[in-house]
Write a protein that binds this ligand. Structure first.
Ligand code: ATP
Ligand code: MG
Length: 451
C-alpha cells in the first residue's frame, strides 16, 4: 500500500478523552473512531489488525478441531426466557422491540442460541463430541464503557461451545480450549496467564480467565512469579490426545495464579515470599465448563449407548478479539507509539523514501515494494513529499516492526537501512538482503510467506 493512496488519519494532538496508552495510541494512529459511547468504527489500519487477530483465532480453533459457524447478533427474547436469563441478565442487555411487538435483544453471548440449534439437530451420542464456535459482535450495555476498545459496549468476541456426552469428555474439551488459547495468544506476541476464576452463580472449579499483565488492567491478580517463565512455544500437540492436553493444563495451572475474585491469602502465603506477585491484568479470555445447566433448562438431550435420554455436558469459551488490540498495545508500546508483534502487525514493513522525487530513490523504493509484494509481504510505502522526520514519526506511531529507509546517499553505495522498531537498531545492507531478512522473520508467522 502506498500511503498517498491509503486512509490513515493520524492525529497530531493527544486526544484528551483517552486515559490509557492503548486508547490514546489507537486514536492517534487513526485505527478507530468513536461512533458513540463504547461503540467504534474500525478505520482501515485498526480493521487490518482486527482481521489479523481474528485469523489467528480461527486458525487455532480449527487446528483444535472446533467448527466455525456464524450466529446472528439479534436474538429472540423467548429463548432467554427458557433459560431464565432474560430477567437475570439485567441492564447490560440491550432489549429491542420489532414492528410486530416481539421482544428481541442484541446478543451479549450465545449459550441459548447455540443450545437451540443443538437440540433441533442432534439427538444421539454418536454425533458427539461437538464443538462449534463463531466470531461475532456482542453488545453489553456496560455502565461505564472506557479505555476505548478495552471495555466497549459493542465488541467482537470469539465464543465457542462444546457438547459432550460425559463430564470427562467435556473436561477434555475444556483442556483443548486451554491449549488452543495458549497457542493463540503466543502467536499474537502476548503472554496470557490462565488464572483460576470465579464460576459466578453457576459455581464450579472449572473456569479459568486468561490475563495479560499490565498496569492499566482492570483486575487485581496474585501469582507465583514462576508462572511467567512458562512458554507454550511451537510444541506439537495432538488435540485428540487426552493425556497430552491434560498435562498442558497441569503445567500451566499448577502454580498459584488467581484474580481477586478467587484469591485466597492463606494459600498464597505458601508461595515462597520472593516469588509472590501482586499486579494488575487485562482479561482477554475465559474458559468455562458448566455441566448441564443449559441443556437441562432447554432440553438439549441425546440418547446414550443404552438408549437413555441424557442432557449433554457443555462448556463455553470466549476470547475478547477487539479487546486484544488494546491489550497488545498496552504490552507493546513506548513514548513514540505502538510496537506491533510480528504476528499481528497491520503491514509487515514500512518503506521510507528520504527524498521523494529523486529519480534513483523513487525507483529503488518501487523495486523494493514490488519485490516484497512478490514474496507475499505487505509493505506500507510512505511516498508522501514530506520531511524525513515526519515520516519516521508516523512509522514509529503506527508501530510497524520493521522499516526500510531508502535515500540517495545509501543508494550511491548500493545499500538501504533496515530498522527494528523494537530495538531501535539500524543496519545497512543491500536491498535484496533486507528483503531476504524480512522473509526469514515473517515466514514462521505467515504460512504464505516462503523463500
Ligand atoms: P469483564 O469481566 O471484563 O466484564 P466478562 O468476564 O464479563 O468480562 P466474558 O463473558 O468472559 O466477559 O467474555 C469473554 C471475553 O470477552 C472476555 O474475556 C473479554 O476479553 C471480552 N469482553 C467482555 N466484555 C467486554 C467488553 N465490554 N469490551 C470488550 N471486550 C469484552
Ligand atoms: Mg470473563
Amino acid at each position: 500500500m502506498r500511503l498517498t493512496r491509503y486512509f490513515l488519519p493520524v492525529l497530531k494532538e493527544t486526544p484528551s478523552e483517552a486515559q490509557i496508552a492503548s486508547h490514546r495510541l489507537m486514536l492517534r494512529a487513526g485505527m478507530i473512531k468513536q461512533a458513540s459511547a463504547g461503540i467504534y468504527s474500525w478505520l482501515p489500519l485498526g480493521y487490518k489488525v482486527l482481521k489479523r487477530i481474528e485469523t489467528i483465532v480461527h486458525e487455532e480453533q480449527v487446528r483444535a478441531g472446533h467448527i466455525p459457524m456464524l450466529m446472528p447478533t439479534l436474538q429472540s427474547a423467548d429463548l432467554w426466557r427458557e433459560s431464565g436469563r432474560y430477567d437475570d441478565y439485567g441492564q447490560e442487555m440491550l432489549r429491542i422491540t420489532d414492528r410486530h411487538g416481539r421482544d428481541m435483544l442484541y446478543g451479549p453471548t450465545n449459550e441459548e442460541l447455540i443450545t437451540d440449534i443443538f437440540r433441533a439437530h442432534v439427538g444421539s451420542y454418536k454425533d458427539l463430541p461437538l464443538t462449534l464456535y463463531h466470531i461475532q459482535w456482542k453488545f453489553r450495555d456496560e455502565i461505564r464503557p472506557r479505555f476505548g476498545v478495552m471495555r466497549g459496549r459493542e465488541f467482537l468476541m470469539k465464543d465457542g461451545y462444546n457438547f459432550d456426552l460425559t463430564k470427562e469428555d467435556a473436561l477434555h474439551a475444556y483442556n483443548r480450549h486451554l491449549v488452543s488459547y495458549l497457542r493463540s495468544y503466543e502467536r499474537m506476541g502476548l503472554q496470557a496467564i490462565p488464572m483460576r476464576a470465579d464460576g459466578g452463580p453457576i459455581g464450579g472449579d472449572y473456569t479459568h480467565e486468561f490475563l495479560v499483565l499490565a498496569e492499566t488492567g482492570e483486575s487485581e491478580v496474585f501469582y507465583d512469579s514462576e508462572i511467567t517463565d512458562l512458554r507454550f512455544g511451537d510444541r506439537d500437540i495432538d488435540y485428540d490426545n487426552v493425556d497430552q492436553c491434560q498435562s498442558v493444563l497441569e503445567e500451566f495451572t499448577s502454580r498459584y495464579a488467581r484474580t481477586d475474585e478467587t484469591h485466597d491469602a492463606e494459600i498464597f502465603a505458601q508461595v515462597p515470599e520472593a516469588r509472590q506477585r501482586v499486579a494488575r491484568g487485562i482479561e482477554v479470555g475465559q474458559i468455562f465448563y458448566f455441566g448441564t445447566k443449559y441443556s437441562e433448562a432447554m432440553g438439549a438431550v441425546v440418547s446414550d449407548r443404552d438408549g437413555n435420554r441424557v442432557p449433554v455436558h457443555m462448556g463455553s469459551h470466549g476470547i475478547g478479539v477487539s479487546r486484544l488490540l488494546g491489550a497488545i498495545i498496552e504490552a507493546n508500546h513506548d513514548d513514540n507509539g505502538i510496537i506491533w508483534p510480528e504476528g499481528v502487525t497491520p503491514f509487515h514493513c514500512g518503506i521510507v523514501n528520504l527524498k521523494q522525487g529523486d529519480a534513483a530513490a523513487d525507483a529503488a523504493c518501487d523495486e523494493i515494494y514490488k519485490a516484497l509484494s512478490a514474496k507475499g509481504l505487505e509493505p506500507l510505502y510512505d511516498d508522501r513529499a514530506e520531511r524525513a522526520g515526519g515520516k519516521f514519526a508516523t512509522m514509529d506511531l503506527i508501530g510497524l516492526p520493521w522499516r526500510i529507509t531508502v535515500g540517495p546517499r545509501g543508494l550511491a553505495n548500493g545499500v538501504v537501512e533496515l530498522t527494528s522498531r523494537r530495538m531501535g537498531e539500524s543496519v545497512e545492507m543491500k536491498p535484496e538482503d533486507a528483503i531476504a531478512r524480512l522473509v526469514e522473520i515473517y515466514a514462521p508467522h505467515f504460512g504464505h510467506i516462503q523463500n
